[in-house]
Design a protein around this ligand. Structure first.
Ligand code: LLP
Length: 463
């Protein structure tokens, strides 16, 4: 979902729509550092390497398709967020973007906290040793079992999403003899400039309790009365893949307005405010994301300014970046299976994966980049569409991109910036086993999530 919106794909290669692919890049062999993980480069033979390992060796050892994740890049991004926000704020990595035990260990080591939104994510976090008090539990319909498990484990906070849940969590906490730290998630009525399915601050959607009509204030009133709950703050997440800070500014203004109303009505100054995640990354060269230190500075200034105006003590700020940490750290490595030029239209390049390992293009009209990585080429650029092997014409990985005109079966191509929401939203459509996540660091690779096998699929089929 690059910002560069564009009409439906071109009907003719000569009539290209607006967008990053409206003209071929000057050098198809160049790798734009904006969209590739930090250690990605080409070796003296023109083969792309990451973490000191070349992609041909990776394909040979681990097969394709594979998600290839650069550990040092992940750690550097996590650390950059942590450092940018400093000791007076908390960074919760949003596990939904991609979660595995290795990732949990890295986060723990780099001083980040973790946001989980299901029993499965909670189990992964706990099993990899994330201290429970550094975990936040989210979700608009947490099951009784999930709530109970989280409270028993001692999670640092549960983010309440509805009136029923306020009562439910209070009841479960009390029955366990505990007082659970909670935040209330509100919708502040901001239209985030992103795809409808990943915008979450407007009122007409399933998340949060609307600020409008006094509903959020009523939720606070109820939560403050319940012995099983310790209300520590207000939460707002306005959406995902956002570049424009103005949405956060309006959200912070409205959340602080609620904090002030709470102080005036109850004499209580809530100590925390969570502004969610959602910061955009570069999927193509057209995207210009902000650096964590710019984001931290902007958010801290907004909250401080608003609190000073409202004569409130500045609360502890927390944020929940997912995509901005893991998104750029990985690429998906595919082998080309067929190359089909359609006269006057474009060339269809079929790879050995597709919508089962990256649903984002089909679901959100997301834009991606792609490059030939097993060699360089001086051939003229061709307008290509990278498609998968699934039985569906919407099975598109990269809608429009230029690839070298001599691309052939057996070549390896890679789609960068697939670290977030690709493995975590992967499916077994057409009974295609899901690819592994291979981590590279210091000249070596290792598997952190293994490739699914047909035996794995058949094991579930107990009929
Ligand atoms: N906090 C909350 C409460 C969230 O709901 C989300 C994302 C995040 C943090 C992290 O957002 P991020 O920084 O990763 O943008 N599947 C979609 C994204 C859905 C995001 C859902 N919530 C996609 O592939 O773009």
């Amino acid at each position: 979902m690059s910002r560069s919106a564009h009409p439906a794909g071109p009907r003719h290669a000569d009539v290209l729509p607006e967008g990053h692919y409206s003209a071929p890049p000057a050098d198809l062999n160049a790798l734009d550092a904006k969209v590739w993980a930090q250690t990605v480069t080409r070796d003296e033979h023109g083969v792309v390497t990451v973490g000191g390992v070349d992609v041909k060796a990776l394909a040979e050892e681990h097969g394709t398709p594979a998600y290839v994740l650069d550990e040092s890049d992940f750690r550097a991004r996590a650390r950059a967020w942590r450092t940018a926000f400093g000791a007076d704020a908390d960074v919760f990595y949003a596990g939904k973007a991609f979660l595995s035990r290795a990732v949990v260990r890295w986060l723990h080591e780099e001083g980040l906290n973790l946001d989980v939104c299901s029993g499965g994510e909670l189990a992964t976090a706990l099993s990899a040793g994330m201290p429970a008090d550094r975990i936040a539990l989210h979700g608009n319909n947490k099951s009784t079992q999930e709530i109970e498990r989280a409270i028993r484990a001692g999670v640092g906070r549960i983010v309440l999403d509805s009136f029923q849940e306020i009562v439910r969590v209070a009841h479960i906490a009390q029955s366990l003899g505990k007082r659970q730290r909670v935040q209330i998630r509100i919708t502040v009525g901001v239209e985030a400039h992103t795809h409808e399915f990943i915008a979450t601050a407007h009122e007409d959607q399933k998340f949060g309790i609307p600020l409008a009509g006094g509903q959020a204030a009523e939720a606070v009133r109820r939560a403050l009365k319940l012995d099983g709950l310790e209300l520590i703050g207000i939460h707002s997440h306005i959406g995902s893949q956002i570049f424009d800070m103005s949405g956060f500014e309006v959200a912070a203004h409205r959340v602080v307005g609620l904090l002030k109303a709470i102080r005036d009505e109850h004499g209580v100054e809530l100590p925390e405010i969570d502004l969610g995640g959602g910061l955009g990354i570069a999927y193509t060269s057209a995207d210009d994301p902000r650096e964590p230190h710019e984001i931290a500075k902007a958010l801290t200034e907004i909250v401080t300014r608003e609190c000073e105006a409202a004569r409130l003590r500045t609360p502890r700020i927390s944020v929940e970046p997912g995509r901005a940490i893991v998104g750029p750290t990985a690429f998906t490595l595919y082998e080309v299976g067929t190359v089909k030029p359609l006269d006057g239209l474009r060339t269809y390049v079929s790879v050995d994966g597709g919508m089962s390992d990256n649903i984002r293009t089909a679901l959100y009209d997301a834009e991606y980049s792609v490059a030939l990585v097993s060699r360089t080429s001086d051939a003229a650029p061709m307008l290509a569409r990278v498609v998968g092997k699934h039985c569906e014409s919407g099975d598109i990985v990269v809608k429009d991109a230029f690839l070298p005109g001599d691309l052939a079966p057996g070549d390896l191509i890679a789609v960068p910036a697939t670290g977030a929401y690709c493995r975590s939203m992967a499916s077994n459509y057409n009974h295609v086993p899901r690819p592994p996540v291979v981590v590279v660091a210091d000249g070596a690779s290792r598997v952190i999530v293994r490739r699914e096998t047909e035996e794995d699929l058949l094991r579930l089929d107990v009929g």
